[in-house]
Design a protein. Structure first.
Length: 89
């Protein structure tokens, strides 16, 4: 518990000193933003890529479930056949 308190005190001291340094660096007033370059990303290709990835993952998941269900059904038929014939494993 002492180690935790020391670490918390140290973190508080670091935050306090960095906050003081940050406030000392401010210019002291509002400066309007001028000549800002517009940054834009094309949304269309990103959106299509995201939808394609989601659909591929969904199709893969459904295919995986379909294969597992097929295996379980085969095992159930084998067990039903063993029970019906009176054989023990």
């Amino acid at each position: 518990m002492k180690g935790f308190r020391r670490a918390a005190a140290l973190a508080g001291a670091i935050i306090a000193s960095s906050a003081g340094a940050l406030f000392a660096q401010t210019t002291g007033g509002f400066e309007p933003a001028t000549n800002i370059g517009k940054e834009s990303l094309p949304a269309g290709p990103l959106l299509y890529t995201a939808y394609a990835i989601v659909w591929l993952v969904l199709i893969g998941y459904v295919f995986m479930l379909w294969r597992r269900l097929d295996r379980v059904e085969k095992e159930l038929h084998e067990v039903a056949a063993r029970i019906g014939s009176g054989k023990r494993p």
